[in-house]
Design a binder for this molecule. Structure first.
Ligand SMILES: [Zn+2]
Length: 78
C-alpha cells in the first residue's frame, strides 16, 4: 500500500501500482470538462464584473453593488 498526492493536493491510498495506473488511464481518457457552460454569456449591464458602481448613500463617491440584471453572477443564460 502506498499513497500519492492527487491533482488537488490530497493523499490518495492505493493497494497496487496497477490500481493507480488504471485510475490515471481513466482520467486521461475522459473528455475535458468545459471551463464554463456553453449557454451563458457575460452580462451586458455589468460587463461580467457582477457588480456595478452606484452613488453612496452619504454622497461621498461610488460603492459597488451586485448587478440587478445578472443577480451578481456576471453571466446570463441565452
Ligand atoms: Zn450583470
Amino acid at each position: 500500500m502506498f499513497a500519492v498526492l492527487d491533482r488537488t493536493g490530497l493523499l490518495v491510498a492505493y493497494d497496487s501500482w496497477d490500481e493507480w495506473r488504471d485510475e490515471c488511464r481513466a482520467a486521461a481518457t475522459q473528455e475535458p470538462a468545459p471551463l464554463c457552460a456553453c449557454d451563458v454569456v457575460f452580462c451586458a449591464h455589468c460587463w461580467g464584473q457582477a457588480r456595478i458602481l452606484s452613488p453612496a448613500r452619504n454622497g461621498e463617491g461610488l460603492v459597488p453593488r451586485p448587478c440587478p440584471t445578472c443577480a451578481g453572477t456576471g453571466v446570463v443564460r441565452r
